[in-house]
Design a protein around this ligand. Structure first.
Ligand code: AGP
Length: 608
């Protein structure tokens, strides 16, 4: 939610900021702005609309000369996406400018107090109180003013700040919203996320909660909230810059779908030693694994769907009770976590506010938390007691695809490890599972190769009003994920349902021609789902089914069939999701939607 970039150094700042913002546009894209110190004053340009509007207004930054500045791409929380509400926000005499990612919870109280002191506000944002408050406390020392503000405000923030009175410098501070700092010989950078500065440096500093950074062309300094100088170590990021480029694809989403075979392979390869699964990150001895009574999995959105799949798999395979919650519910329901229970949080970005709070709550309750995280060095990765990384590489498209595939694999590995250690599967069953796991990349590749057929089918549904996804067992979380993919990028209303639940209400929505996507990958439930297909067909539905190769008999009941290669029934989500992702993608492309940046959404949801 919102992207921040700042630069101070020997180069022109505006083009560097624009370039960085372009890499962060996935975080928010309803307005954008920059403030650059031009040698005399702060030059501030901001506008509603995509980043390209700002680029046009500033002739790609050329009309904003200067060597230090901050920029922002916004996902609106307080106030409409208008020019006035766009960042940077600035004080009355335009000597201080601030860009902000996060939410200031007590902004109303602060605003009222400042108004009583004569401060006037131009926007409806919570951010504007920050710059006015900095102005109020500023007596010539930026660190003093910034830390006073930190003591005063409540909520989440990552800020980039520039003072006309301190030429060539940029200041940054964070609490519960991501912010990194980087440096090369030509200057210092701040950004909400690594891709924005990867082109310039791979050595980054993660600013911890309530720390301040001060940077100019030569130096980087860090301070605590009590103004004490801190020493920090940089972390080397070994993503390659190509990984955050589209690489010839029209959309990041297509590129990322195509990367799924690699993401899956790399994720399991990191944990295989010969024919053994090693997950040191679990930090559990064999005895502790055997004694495990319950696991809690907490996540949001797509990561939550991977968590539901894990419940089906772990309970059956390893005979452990698994509770799965969406983080936004978990954190407010005072969950019971007993001693010796494990909490797993799953997050691609590692920054999702609700998931981060769920992690902190679990730790407060005495639990050890393991994160399954994609972004190295993210908040969840740093705060969890241990981290099992997914090896999907940077995921830019708002719709998660390859991170989901990698999360599933991480969860398969944990399930298999637990099952083997607890003796709930035999050595031969384990070997068979491992062999099927290693076949997944090639099978996914094959399914991706069949995209034209799905495109043709999707083209028939670009005008659809409503689409249903149904399935039983593991096909239920698959249906939820297929439905989420479709609705988030194509804006077609869709519902994911447990097939057996349909007749308890939603079947009333089925009418002549309604598309129902039925998944039948679980052999033991096949006949039951066929009955559900018949029920919707009897009410006029057009049924597309996704089932296992060899089940051509389904053609007697369904209108259109897609087959996935044979795999172990625990792993079918990894294959069946591919046609559903492709379907969502092609419906969105057919409708002319902005696939990578769907309306109202942002890649990492750092507000609750
Ligand atoms: C998925 O396509 C979504 N855009 C969204 O549901 C996402 O999975 C969710 O916000 C969780 O994000 P995280 O994995 O970064 O925590």
């Amino acid at each position: 939610m919102c992207g921040i970039v700042g630069y101070a150094g020997k180069k022109e700042a505006a083009p560097i900021i624009l370039d960085g913002l372009a890499k962060l546009e996935y975080r928010g894209y309803d307005s954008a702005g920059m403030a650059v110190f031009d040698g005399n004053r702060l030059n501030i340009v901001k506008s509603a609309g995509r980043l390209k509007v700002l680029a046009e207004l500033t002739h790609d930054g050329q009309t904003m000369p200067g060597f230090s500045g901050v920029g922002h791409t916004r996902w609106a929380t307080h106030g409409q996406p208008t020019d006035e509400n766009a960042h940077p926000h600035f004080n009355k005499d335009e000597t201080i400018a601030v860009v902000h990612n996060g939410i200031i919870e007590n902004y109303r109280q602060i605003k009222e107090k400042l108004q009583k002191k004569g401060y006037e506000f131009r926007s409806e944002t919570d951010t504007e109180v920050l710059v006015q408050l900095i102005d109020y406390y500023y007596k010539g020392n930026p660190i003093e003013a910034i830390t006073k503000v930190m003591h005063r405000v409540e909520g989440a923030y990552a800020l980039g700040i520039i003072f006309a009175g301190h030429p060539g410098k940029v200041f940054a501070v964070r609490k519960d919203s991501p912010l990194i700092v980087g440096k090369n010989e030509e200057g210092g950078f701040i950004a909400s996320d690594v891709p924005a500065i990867l082109k310039y440096t791979r050595d980054v500093y993660f600013i911890d909660n309530q720390e301040v950074a001060e940077l100019d062309g030569n130096n980087l300094k860090f301070y605590s909230v009590d103004e004490e100088e801190l020493k920090k170590e940089s972390v080397h990021i070994d993503w390659d810059a190509e990984a955050v480029a589209k690489g010839g694809y029209e959309h990041f989403m297509m590129k990322e779908m195509q990367e799924q075979p690699r993401a899956v392979r790399e994720t399991y390869e990191k944990h295989l030693e010969g024919e053994e699964i090693k997950i040191d990150e679990l930090k559990l001895s064999d005895e502790e694994i055997k004694a495990l009574k319950r696991i809690h999995i907490v996540a949001c959105g797509t990561a939550y769907h991977a968590g539901i799949a894990a419940k089906y798999i772990m309970e059956k395979m390893a005979r452990i009770t698994v509770e799965v919650d969406t983080a936004s519910e978990f954190r407010y329901r005072d969950p019971l976590i007993d001693e010796g229970e494990l909490v797993i949080v799953i997050s691609q970005s590692g920054e999702t506010a609700d998931t981060l709070q769920a992690l902190r709550l679990s730790q407060k309750k005495g639990a050890k938390v393991m994160g399954i995280v994609n972004v190295v060095g993210s908040s969840i990765a740093r705060e969890a007691d241990s981290v099992m990384y997914t090896w999907a590489g940077p995921e830019i498209a708002v719709a998660s695809t390859k991170a989901y595939s990698a999360q599933l694999v991480a969860l398969y590995l944990i399930s298999m490890k637990f099952a083997k250690t607890r003796g709930t599967i035999s050595g031969d069953e384990f070997k068979a599972l491992l062999s099927d796991l290693k076949k997944l990349p090639e099978q996914i590749e094959m399914l991706l190769g069949n995209k034209e057929r799905i495109q043709r089918f999707a083209n028939r549904y670009i005008a659809a009003k409503s689409i249903f996804f149904i399935g039983r067992g593991l096909d239920y979380p698959l249906s939820l994920e297929g439905s989420l993919k479709l609705k988030e990028i194509s804006y077609v209303h869709s519902e994911g349902y447990a097939a057996g639940e349909l007749k308890h209400g939603p079947i009333s929505l089925i009418e002549e021609g309604t598309l129902v996507m039925a998944a039948l990958t679980q052999e033991d439930l096949y006949g039951k789902t066929v009955s559900n297909i018949r029920e919707v067909k009897a009410r006029g539905a057009f049924v597309l089914c996704v089932t296992n190769t060899g089940h051509q008999d389904i053609e007697a009941d369904a209108d259109y069939c897609l087959y996935i290669p044979v795999t172990n029934s625990y792993f079918t989500n990894s294959l069946a999701i591919i046609p559903l992702q492709l379907f969502a993608y092609y419906v969105a492309v057919g409708k002319g939607c902005d696939v990578d940046k769907p309306r109202n959404l942002a890649k990492s949801v750092t507000v609750e």
